[in-house]
Design a protein around this ligand. Structure first.
Ligand code: FES
Length: 133
């Protein structure tokens, strides 16, 4: 019998099943007026995480809750000005920030839970802090 896995519940974002409806899910980390906002997305057999901040103008990518994808769920869509991003890499394929990329947030999948990897990368917290300016 395998040893039980210890899970830090403060790092749990969602269950894999929570990604079924829209293919993605938003989350907030931390408190205060400007918590870090991100989202997780199904990409192939895996899951990727990104800051919810478009490299074009810094807007959140979604207007509606958990809606980050094109209608066919093939790409990530920024609803502000239509930039399209690869789910696997976060790279912008088309739009005003073509060639730039979303800031990745490393994740772990344990059992059916999606968790933030430890530690959260400094680039993610720095990018979140820029939103406060
Ligand atoms: S803010 Fe995302 S495309 Fe302009």
């Amino acid at each position: 019998m395998p040893a039980p896995v210890e899970i830090d519940l403060e790092r749990v974002i969602c269950r894999l099943a929570d990604l079924a409806e829209h293919g993605a899910r938003a989350f907030t980390l931390g408190g205060g007026d400007w918590p870090m906002r991100g989202f997780v997305v199904r990409a192939g057999n895996g899951v990727r995480g990104y800051l919810n901040r478009c490299p074009h103008a810094g807007h959140p990518l979604n207007l509606l809750p958990h809606r980050f994808l094109t209608p066919d769920h093939a790409l990530i869509l920024c609803t502000s000005h239509g930039a399209l991003f690869e789910k696997e890499s976060g790279r912008c394929l088309a739009g005003p920030c073509s060639g730039q990329a979303l800031v990745a947030i490393p994740l772990l999948v344990v059992a059916d839970l999606v968790l933030l990897a430890d530690p959260v990368p400094p680039a993610a917290t720095t990018a979140a802090a820029r939103r406060t300016r």
